[in-house]
Structure formats: C-alpha cells, structure tokens
Design a protein around this ligand. Structure first.
Ligand SMILES: NC(=O)c1ccc[n+]([C@@H]2O[C@H](COP(=O)([O-])OP(=O)(O)OC[C@H]3O[C@@H](n4cnc5c(N)ncnc54)[C@H](OP(=O)(O)O)[C@@H]3O)[C@@H](O)[C@H]2O)c1
Length: 289
C-alpha cells in the first residue's frame, strides 16, 4: 500500500510506546495518522469503535493497544484476556466490514523459552504467563476469524522514547547508585520502537499479511542490555549480573525468546539494524545527561 495521504487509525497511539512511534513514522511517510487513547476509543466497547471508524473512515486500522503489565496480569486475568484475546478479532471484524487492512501486535512471551536458537514464525507457542497465554489466544482468534488483510507482528523487549521502559529505568537507577544487579539468564531480542514502526511501514509497503517477527538484529540478556546502556551513557555505576532467582516475579518469563527475523528480510529485502546501534541512538538522543 502507498501511504501518502492515507488515514491510519492507531488504537493505543496517544500514550503507548509503540503507538507513539507508529504515529511519528506514518507522519514522516506523508500519511494522516489518527492516534487514539483508551478514553477516546476503548477497544472493549464495540459501539465506540464503530463510531470512530465511521467518523474517520480510515484506510487502515492498527491495534497498538493491549494489556501489557506482565506481572499484574497474573492477578487481573479477566482484563488481560478481554484486551489481548477478545478485542483483537472484534477489531479485525470491523476492518473486514470495511475491507481495510488490520495490523495487530503480539509478543515473544507467547513462547515457552526452551529453545536455544531463534524462534521462527512456524514454531509452536507455549506461554507460561497469563500475559503470554492471552496474547497467544488473541493471535489464534485472529487466525480463526481468517480475515485475509490481517498482519500480526510479534515484538520483543521494546524500548524507546515516549513511555518509561527498561533502558530508561536502568539509567535512572544508575544516577543514584554505585551498582545495580540485572538478570543475566534471560536472552531475547531488544526492539527499538521507532525501528519497529519504520519496519512495520516497510511491511505495509510490501502488502504483507499473516504472521511476522520484528525486532532489532542480535540478541542479549537483560544484563547485556543494561550494561550497554550504562556504557553508552557513560554513567559511573557497576552493572552486576544475577540469576532470575534473585528477583522472583509473579509471571514466569521465557529464558530464551530470540525472534528469527528471516521472514521480514525475505519480504522486504532488508535486515533490521543491530540492537546496539539502535540503543546508541536512543540513549544519546533522549537519555544521556
Ligand atoms: N513493551 C514490550 O516490551 C512489548 C514486547 C513485546 C510485544 N509488545 C506488544 O506490543 C504492543 C504495544 O505495546 P506497548 O509496550 O507499546 O504498550 P504500552 O506502552 O503499554 O501501551 C499500551 C496502550 O494500550 C492502550 N490501552 C489500554 N487499554 C485500552 C483500552 N481498553 N482501549 C484502548 N486502548 C487501551 C493504552 O492507552 P491509554 O494510556 O490511553 O489507556 C496504551 O496506549 C502490544 O501488543 C504488546 O503486547 C510489547
């Protein structure tokens, strides 16, 4: 799809980490993004969604809204499933009524994490956490609905400007401490939100549908990501490695959830830049004091 002049409705676009990056990317591409907050358009309210679609008459519907609090989801299962599993097919059905493309985002947390090589789009899911299970059910519900203009993009370890995230938290801790401890036994693919947004646009330009993985290239642990951020920001703080058992969390996270990006590369002919390059841009542009 050519994006110039197109109206793109972005649910979760006002405050979401990814939604804000998408809004910016569509603006830069000459499109007319319409970002909406949950107050302006609650994805649990079908009538409000229909009214919004009538009012804006978009050329594409993007769902960047979700229940994203991984640990809290263990206590708020009903809300997590409503937002992550029930709402996506209702949104896709509205897009289908209008014959416009529907884009939805999912997560590496749908995987069990017992592999040692990157997860491809063909690998079986098997989440442990309520969040991961609810997101996997959302994907399944979209597959079951079978709307052929649906694009589902799994991301992982998102960071970037606009909303507090792991990298920002680490650097603000480093400002007041001589050392911090970060887990080094979970491995994944960091994703810089502006890169995910720009690469989403590349998929749209290629009329991609179906399931894709998107992240930056390379892999690391949370400790690796935190150490790299501290080095780039030149903070005087030691980043110590610790096992996950040192920080018990309510939700079980996959030990390994690196995403295989080859389908993105096959479709677009491009390879996302390495996470270290994206991190450097983020820290130097937005966080370094
Ligand atoms: N963050 C990560 O590390 C990560 C990793 C992998 C995949 N993902 C996936 O990527 C997508 C975007 O995640 P994100 O981190 O950008 O999310 P986020 O920053 O937590 O933002 C979530 C958005 O959802 C909106 N929202 C919540 N409830 C809503 C409702 N009832 N109706 C409408 N909007 C509602 C919020 O809007 P208001 O503030 O207006 O309520 C907010 O803008 C999600 O599908 C997520 O599962 C994220």
């Amino acid at each position: 799809m050519e994006l110039q002049g197109k109206t793109i409705l972005i649910l979760g676009g006002k405050t979401g980490l990814l939604g804000q990056a998408l809004t910016e990317a569509f603006k830069n591409a000459g499109a007319n993004p319409v970002p909406l907050s949950s107050k302006e358009c609650d994805i649990l309210e079908p009538l409000t969604i229909q009214k919004r679609l009538e009012r804006h008459d978009p050329d594409m519907l993007i769902n960047a809204a979700a229940y994203t609090q991984v640990d809290l989801a263990e206590d708020e299962e009903e809300m997590a499933f409503a937002l992550n599993a029930t709402a996506p097919p209702l949104l896709a059905a509205e897009a289908a009524k209008r014959s416009i493309p529907f884009i939805h985002y999912s997560t590496d947390f749908v995987f069990r994490g017992n592999k040692t090589t990157p997860y491809s789009v063909y690998d079986e899911v098997g989440a442990f956490s309520v969040y991961g299970i609810s997101k996997a059910e959302g994907e399944n519900n979209l597959h079951r609905l079978g709307y052929d203009q649906t694009l589902i993009i799994r991301l992982s370890w998102l960071f970037g400007p606009g909303r507090i995230n792991f990298v920002e938290k680490i650097l603000s801790l480093c400002e007041t401490r001589e050392s911090i401890s970060v887990v080094n036994d979970q491995t994944g693919s960091p994703s810089y939100a502006p890169d995910v947004a720009a690469n989403t646009l590349k998929l749209i330009e290629h009329d991609a549908t179906g399931l894709y993985h998107l992240a930056n290239s390379g892999e690391t642990t949370w400790h690796g990501l935190a150490s790299a951020a501290a080095t780039i920001a030149e903070v005087d703080c030691a980043v110590e490695p610790v096992p996950s058992s040192a920080y018990p969390t309510k939700a079980v996270r996959p030990a390994y959830s690196v995403l295989d990006l080859s389908r993105f590369t096959q479709t677009t002919g491009e390879t996302p830049r390495h996470w270290r390059d994206a991190l450097k841009e983020y820290v130097l542009r937005y966080l370094k004091k």
